[in-house]
Design a binder for this molecule. Structure first.
Ligand SMILES: Cc1cc2nc3c(=O)[nH]c(=O)nc-3n(C[C@H](O)[C@H](O)[C@H](O)COP(=O)(O)O)c2cc1C
Length: 324
Protein backbone atom coordinates (compact mmCIF):
# COMPACT_ATOMS: atom_id res chain seq x y z
CA UNK A 1 0.00 0.00 0.00
CA UNK A 2 1.13 3.53 -0.74
CA UNK A 3 2.29 5.19 2.49
CA UNK A 4 3.78 8.66 2.72
CA UNK A 5 4.99 11.00 5.45
CA UNK A 6 1.45 12.47 5.45
CA UNK A 7 0.25 9.19 7.01
CA UNK A 8 2.85 9.43 9.78
CA UNK A 9 2.24 13.09 10.63
CA UNK A 10 -1.58 12.82 10.60
CA UNK A 11 -1.89 9.28 11.95
CA UNK A 12 -3.76 7.58 9.10
CA UNK A 13 -3.17 4.45 7.00
CA UNK A 14 -3.78 6.02 3.57
CA UNK A 15 -2.69 9.41 2.19
CA UNK A 16 -6.28 10.21 1.29
CA UNK A 17 -8.30 13.09 2.78
CA UNK A 18 -12.01 13.88 2.69
CA UNK A 19 -12.14 17.68 2.81
CA UNK A 20 -14.77 19.64 4.70
CA UNK A 21 -18.11 19.86 2.87
CA UNK A 22 -20.95 22.10 3.93
CA UNK A 23 -24.11 20.00 4.67
CA UNK A 24 -22.25 16.79 3.70
CA UNK A 25 -19.38 16.54 6.20
CA UNK A 26 -21.39 14.84 8.93
CA UNK A 27 -20.63 11.90 11.22
CA UNK A 28 -22.01 9.24 8.81
CA UNK A 29 -19.48 10.11 6.11
CA UNK A 30 -16.55 11.14 8.29
CA UNK A 31 -16.68 8.00 10.46
CA UNK A 32 -16.80 5.84 7.32
CA UNK A 33 -13.72 7.63 5.97
CA UNK A 34 -11.93 7.17 9.30
CA UNK A 35 -12.88 3.50 9.48
CA UNK A 36 -11.45 3.07 5.95
CA UNK A 37 -8.09 4.38 7.20
CA UNK A 38 -8.27 7.80 5.54
CA UNK A 39 -8.62 11.27 7.08
CA UNK A 40 -12.16 12.70 7.18
CA UNK A 41 -13.27 16.15 8.32
CA UNK A 42 -16.58 17.07 9.93
CA UNK A 43 -17.67 20.50 8.73
CA UNK A 44 -17.97 22.86 11.69
CA UNK A 45 -20.42 25.30 10.12
CA UNK A 46 -22.82 22.53 9.05
CA UNK A 47 -23.72 22.49 12.73
CA UNK A 48 -25.99 25.43 13.63
CA UNK A 49 -24.17 26.21 16.88
CA UNK A 50 -20.80 25.41 18.50
CA UNK A 51 -22.71 23.19 21.00
CA UNK A 52 -24.13 21.18 18.10
CA UNK A 53 -20.59 20.73 16.75
CA UNK A 54 -19.52 19.28 20.11
CA UNK A 55 -22.45 16.82 19.89
CA UNK A 56 -21.57 15.90 16.29
CA UNK A 57 -17.96 15.18 17.29
CA UNK A 58 -19.27 12.93 20.09
CA UNK A 59 -21.66 11.20 17.63
CA UNK A 60 -18.77 10.59 15.20
CA UNK A 61 -16.69 9.11 18.02
CA UNK A 62 -19.47 6.60 18.67
CA UNK A 63 -19.13 5.45 15.06
CA UNK A 64 -15.33 5.16 14.89
CA UNK A 65 -12.35 4.82 17.16
CA UNK A 66 -9.99 6.06 14.44
CA UNK A 67 -8.78 9.67 14.15
CA UNK A 68 -10.82 12.29 12.31
CA UNK A 69 -10.79 16.08 12.14
CA UNK A 70 -12.99 19.15 11.80
CA UNK A 71 -13.00 21.69 8.95
CA UNK A 72 -13.30 25.36 9.89
CA UNK A 73 -14.08 27.51 6.84
CA UNK A 74 -14.02 31.28 7.21
CA UNK A 75 -15.49 33.14 4.25
CA UNK A 76 -16.67 36.73 3.79
CA UNK A 77 -20.09 36.95 5.41
CA UNK A 78 -22.61 39.63 6.28
CA UNK A 79 -23.42 37.97 9.60
CA UNK A 80 -20.31 35.97 10.51
CA UNK A 81 -20.85 32.89 12.68
CA UNK A 82 -19.03 32.78 16.05
CA UNK A 83 -15.80 31.40 14.60
CA UNK A 84 -13.82 31.64 17.84
CA UNK A 85 -16.47 29.58 19.65
CA UNK A 86 -16.39 26.87 16.98
CA UNK A 87 -12.58 26.94 17.22
CA UNK A 88 -12.71 26.49 20.98
CA UNK A 89 -15.06 23.50 20.66
CA UNK A 90 -12.60 21.92 18.23
CA UNK A 91 -9.75 22.35 20.71
CA UNK A 92 -11.75 21.33 23.81
CA UNK A 93 -13.18 18.21 22.18
CA UNK A 94 -9.68 16.88 21.60
CA UNK A 95 -9.87 16.20 17.85
CA UNK A 96 -6.32 15.72 16.60
CA UNK A 97 -6.54 17.84 13.42
CA UNK A 98 -8.35 20.81 11.93
CA UNK A 99 -8.66 21.69 8.25
CA UNK A 100 -8.62 25.47 7.97
CA UNK A 101 -9.87 27.06 4.76
CA UNK A 102 -10.89 30.35 3.23
CA UNK A 103 -8.71 32.58 5.41
CA UNK A 104 -5.23 33.21 6.70
CA UNK A 105 -5.04 30.91 9.76
CA UNK A 106 -2.72 33.21 11.78
CA UNK A 107 -5.36 34.42 14.22
CA UNK A 108 -6.45 30.93 15.26
CA UNK A 109 -3.15 29.07 14.98
CA UNK A 110 -1.85 29.64 18.54
CA UNK A 111 -5.10 28.30 20.05
CA UNK A 112 -5.12 25.22 17.84
CA UNK A 113 -1.47 24.39 18.26
CA UNK A 114 -1.45 25.28 21.96
CA UNK A 115 -4.30 22.77 22.32
CA UNK A 116 -2.38 20.04 20.49
CA UNK A 117 -4.51 20.24 17.32
CA UNK A 118 -2.57 19.81 14.07
CA UNK A 119 -3.48 22.27 11.33
CA UNK A 120 -3.91 21.24 7.70
CA UNK A 121 -4.41 24.50 5.82
CA UNK A 122 -6.25 24.41 2.51
CA UNK A 123 -5.54 27.15 0.00
CA UNK A 124 -5.59 27.72 -3.74
CA UNK A 125 -2.30 29.49 -4.49
CA UNK A 126 1.40 28.90 -3.97
CA UNK A 127 1.80 32.27 -2.23
CA UNK A 128 -0.87 31.43 0.34
CA UNK A 129 0.62 27.98 0.88
CA UNK A 130 4.07 29.47 1.49
CA UNK A 131 2.58 32.00 3.90
CA UNK A 132 0.79 29.28 5.87
CA UNK A 133 3.97 27.20 5.98
CA UNK A 134 5.87 30.23 7.31
CA UNK A 135 3.19 30.69 9.98
CA UNK A 136 3.87 27.14 11.17
CA UNK A 137 0.93 25.00 10.03
CA UNK A 138 1.50 21.22 9.99
CA UNK A 139 0.40 20.50 6.44
CA UNK A 140 -0.92 22.08 3.25
CA UNK A 141 -3.85 21.06 1.09
CA UNK A 142 -3.30 22.76 -2.27
CA UNK A 143 -6.59 23.12 -4.12
CA UNK A 144 -6.48 23.50 -7.90
CA UNK A 145 -8.88 25.17 -10.30
CA UNK A 146 -10.66 21.83 -10.94
CA UNK A 147 -12.08 21.75 -7.41
CA UNK A 148 -15.64 22.02 -6.19
CA UNK A 149 -16.34 25.02 -4.00
CA UNK A 150 -13.98 27.99 -3.98
CA UNK A 151 -11.04 27.68 -6.43
CA UNK A 152 -9.87 31.28 -5.86
CA UNK A 153 -9.32 33.72 -8.71
CA UNK A 154 -5.97 32.58 -10.14
CA UNK A 155 -7.37 29.70 -12.23
CA UNK A 156 -4.27 27.49 -12.03
CA UNK A 157 -5.08 23.80 -12.57
CA UNK A 158 -3.33 21.07 -10.59
CA UNK A 159 -0.91 20.03 -13.31
CA UNK A 160 0.98 23.29 -12.74
CA UNK A 161 -0.20 24.30 -9.26
CA UNK A 162 0.88 21.09 -7.50
CA UNK A 163 4.53 20.96 -8.71
CA UNK A 164 4.81 24.76 -8.34
CA UNK A 165 3.71 24.39 -4.71
CA UNK A 166 5.89 21.32 -4.16
CA UNK A 167 8.92 23.38 -5.17
CA UNK A 168 8.26 25.77 -2.28
CA UNK A 169 6.61 23.60 0.39
CA UNK A 170 8.68 21.35 2.64
CA UNK A 171 5.97 20.21 5.09
CA UNK A 172 3.51 17.41 4.14
CA UNK A 173 1.19 18.51 1.34
CA UNK A 174 -1.88 16.91 -0.20
CA UNK A 175 -3.08 17.78 -3.67
CA UNK A 176 -6.74 18.70 -4.07
CA UNK A 177 -9.17 19.36 -6.89
CA UNK A 178 -10.05 16.84 -9.59
CA UNK A 179 -8.99 13.68 -7.75
CA UNK A 180 -11.20 10.62 -7.78
CA UNK A 181 -9.24 7.49 -8.55
CA UNK A 182 -5.90 5.68 -8.28
CA UNK A 183 -4.52 7.41 -11.34
CA UNK A 184 -5.04 10.75 -9.65
CA UNK A 185 -3.26 9.65 -6.48
CA UNK A 186 -0.25 8.37 -8.42
CA UNK A 187 -0.18 11.55 -10.50
CA UNK A 188 -0.30 13.70 -7.35
CA UNK A 189 2.62 11.76 -5.89
CA UNK A 190 4.56 12.18 -9.14
CA UNK A 191 3.87 15.92 -9.09
CA UNK A 192 5.42 16.19 -5.63
CA UNK A 193 2.45 15.87 -3.25
CA UNK A 194 2.23 13.43 -0.32
CA UNK A 195 -1.38 12.44 -0.94
CA UNK A 196 -4.76 13.66 -2.17
CA UNK A 197 -7.80 15.50 -0.84
CA UNK A 198 -11.22 14.80 -2.38
CA UNK A 199 -14.64 16.35 -2.00
CA UNK A 200 -16.86 15.60 -4.98
CA UNK A 201 -15.85 11.91 -5.21
CA UNK A 202 -16.83 11.37 -1.56
CA UNK A 203 -20.30 12.86 -2.17
CA UNK A 204 -20.98 9.98 -4.58
CA UNK A 205 -20.58 7.28 -1.93
CA UNK A 206 -23.17 5.21 -0.07
CA UNK A 207 -22.49 6.88 3.26
CA UNK A 208 -22.65 10.53 2.11
CA UNK A 209 -25.76 11.96 3.82
CA UNK A 210 -27.32 13.45 0.68
CA UNK A 211 -30.26 12.40 -1.52
CA UNK A 212 -29.63 9.51 -3.92
CA UNK A 213 -30.54 11.77 -6.89
CA UNK A 214 -27.50 13.95 -6.20
CA UNK A 215 -25.19 10.94 -6.30
CA UNK A 216 -26.79 9.65 -9.51
CA UNK A 217 -26.53 13.13 -11.07
CA UNK A 218 -22.79 13.01 -10.39
CA UNK A 219 -22.53 9.62 -12.09
CA UNK A 220 -24.38 10.98 -15.12
CA UNK A 221 -22.53 14.32 -15.29
CA UNK A 222 -19.48 14.83 -17.46
CA UNK A 223 -16.42 16.97 -16.77
CA UNK A 224 -18.19 19.81 -18.61
CA UNK A 225 -21.14 19.97 -16.22
CA UNK A 226 -20.09 22.61 -13.72
CA UNK A 227 -20.51 26.40 -13.59
CA UNK A 228 -18.33 29.08 -12.04
CA UNK A 229 -20.67 31.40 -10.16
CA UNK A 230 -19.77 34.74 -8.51
CA UNK A 231 -16.89 35.33 -10.96
CA UNK A 232 -17.70 39.05 -11.38
CA UNK A 233 -17.83 39.39 -7.56
CA UNK A 234 -14.35 37.83 -7.26
CA UNK A 235 -15.68 35.15 -4.93
CA UNK A 236 -15.81 32.33 -7.49
CA UNK A 237 -17.46 29.03 -6.61
CA UNK A 238 -17.56 25.90 -8.77
CA UNK A 239 -20.97 24.27 -8.58
CA UNK A 240 -23.01 21.71 -10.51
CA UNK A 241 -24.46 23.05 -13.73
CA UNK A 242 -28.26 23.25 -13.46
CA UNK A 243 -31.05 25.71 -14.24
CA UNK A 244 -30.35 27.73 -11.09
CA UNK A 245 -26.54 28.01 -11.46
CA UNK A 246 -26.86 28.91 -15.16
CA UNK A 247 -29.37 31.62 -14.28
CA UNK A 248 -27.02 33.02 -11.62
CA UNK A 249 -24.14 33.17 -14.14
CA UNK A 250 -26.37 34.88 -16.68
CA UNK A 251 -27.67 37.50 -14.19
CA UNK A 252 -24.18 38.37 -12.89
CA UNK A 253 -22.61 38.37 -16.36
CA UNK A 254 -25.37 40.75 -17.40
CA UNK A 255 -24.30 43.27 -14.76
CA UNK A 256 -26.50 42.05 -11.89
CA UNK A 257 -25.43 42.34 -8.28
CA UNK A 258 -25.45 39.93 -5.35
CA UNK A 259 -28.89 41.16 -4.27
CA UNK A 260 -30.26 40.01 -7.64
CA UNK A 261 -29.19 36.40 -7.03
CA UNK A 262 -29.43 36.21 -3.25
CA UNK A 263 -32.59 34.05 -3.29
CA UNK A 264 -31.23 31.73 -5.97
CA UNK A 265 -27.94 31.04 -4.18
CA UNK A 266 -29.32 30.77 -0.62
CA UNK A 267 -27.49 28.01 1.20
CA UNK A 268 -30.67 26.73 2.82
CA UNK A 269 -32.34 26.37 -0.57
CA UNK A 270 -29.53 24.15 -1.87
CA UNK A 271 -29.52 22.16 1.35
CA UNK A 272 -33.24 21.44 1.56
CA UNK A 273 -34.36 21.25 -2.07
CA UNK A 274 -31.28 19.57 -3.54
CA UNK A 275 -29.37 17.66 -0.88
CA UNK A 276 -32.39 16.61 1.24
CA UNK A 277 -35.29 16.43 -1.23
CA UNK A 278 -33.29 15.38 -4.30
CA UNK A 279 -34.42 18.05 -6.78
CA UNK A 280 -31.06 18.54 -8.53
CA UNK A 281 -32.41 21.69 -10.25
CA UNK A 282 -33.74 23.10 -6.97
CA UNK A 283 -30.76 25.23 -5.92
CA UNK A 284 -26.99 25.56 -5.86
CA UNK A 285 -24.79 22.60 -4.92
CA UNK A 286 -21.01 22.28 -5.11
CA UNK A 287 -19.43 19.83 -7.55
CA UNK A 288 -16.08 19.63 -9.31
CA UNK A 289 -14.78 18.67 -12.74
CA UNK A 290 -14.02 15.17 -11.43
CA UNK A 291 -17.72 14.38 -11.90
CA UNK A 292 -16.58 13.28 -15.36
CA UNK A 293 -14.60 10.42 -13.77
CA UNK A 294 -17.36 9.20 -11.43
CA UNK A 295 -19.11 6.08 -12.74
CA UNK A 296 -20.61 4.55 -9.59
CA UNK A 297 -21.67 5.03 -5.98
CA UNK A 298 -19.45 2.70 -3.92
CA UNK A 299 -19.15 2.48 -0.14
CA UNK A 300 -16.39 4.66 1.29
CA UNK A 301 -14.41 1.52 2.20
CA UNK A 302 -14.62 0.27 -1.41
CA UNK A 303 -13.57 3.65 -2.77
CA UNK A 304 -10.59 4.08 -0.45
CA UNK A 305 -9.35 0.53 -0.98
CA UNK A 306 -9.83 0.88 -4.74
CA UNK A 307 -7.74 4.06 -4.80
CA UNK A 308 -5.05 2.84 -2.39
CA UNK A 309 -4.81 -0.64 -3.94
CA UNK A 310 -5.04 0.69 -7.49
CA UNK A 311 -2.22 3.15 -6.86
CA UNK A 312 -0.03 0.36 -5.58
CA UNK A 313 -0.73 -1.71 -8.67
CA UNK A 314 -0.21 1.24 -11.01
CA UNK A 315 3.16 2.06 -9.49
CA UNK A 316 4.43 -1.49 -9.19
CA UNK A 317 3.18 -2.84 -12.52
CA UNK A 318 2.47 -0.24 -15.17
CA UNK A 319 5.00 2.41 -14.14
CA UNK A 320 7.70 0.00 -12.96
CA UNK A 321 7.38 -1.74 -16.32
CA UNK A 322 8.09 1.51 -18.11
CA UNK A 323 11.24 2.33 -16.15
CA UNK A 324 14.46 1.46 -17.87
C1 LIG B 1 -20.68 19.60 -1.60
C2 LIG B 1 -19.36 20.25 -1.27
C3 LIG B 1 -19.29 21.18 -0.24
C4 LIG B 1 -18.06 21.77 0.10
N1 LIG B 1 -18.00 22.63 1.17
C5 LIG B 1 -16.79 23.06 1.60
C6 LIG B 1 -16.67 23.82 2.81
O1 LIG B 1 -17.66 24.12 3.48
N2 LIG B 1 -15.41 24.18 3.21
C7 LIG B 1 -14.30 23.87 2.49
O2 LIG B 1 -13.19 24.22 2.92
N3 LIG B 1 -14.38 23.18 1.34
C8 LIG B 1 -15.59 22.77 0.89
N4 LIG B 1 -15.66 22.00 -0.25
C9 LIG B 1 -14.42 21.70 -0.99
C10 LIG B 1 -13.82 20.35 -0.59
O3 LIG B 1 -13.43 20.29 0.75
C11 LIG B 1 -12.56 20.05 -1.43
O4 LIG B 1 -11.57 21.03 -1.19
C12 LIG B 1 -12.89 20.02 -2.92
O5 LIG B 1 -14.11 19.38 -3.13
C13 LIG B 1 -11.78 19.31 -3.69
O6 LIG B 1 -12.08 19.25 -5.04
P1 LIG B 1 -12.87 17.99 -5.72
O7 LIG B 1 -14.31 18.27 -5.47
O8 LIG B 1 -12.49 18.08 -7.14
O9 LIG B 1 -12.42 16.74 -5.04
C14 LIG B 1 -16.90 21.44 -0.64
C15 LIG B 1 -16.99 20.52 -1.69
C16 LIG B 1 -18.19 19.93 -2.02
C17 LIG B 1 -18.25 18.93 -3.15
Amino acid sequence: MVRTRFCDVFGVDHPIVQGGMQWVGKAELVSAVANAGALGFLTALTQPTPEDLAKEIARCREMTDKPFGVNLTILPSINPPPYAEYRDVIVESGVPVVETAGFNPAEHLPTFQGGGVKVLHKCTSVRHAVKAQDLGVDGISIDGFECAGHPGEDDIPGLVLIPAAADRISIPMVASGGFGDARGLVAALALGADGINMGTRFVATQEAPVHENVKLAMVEASERDTELIFRPLRNTARVASNTVSREVVSILDGGGEFEDVRELVAGNRGRTRVLEEGDTDGGIWSAGLVQGLIQDVPTVAELVSRIAGGADELINRRLAGLAG
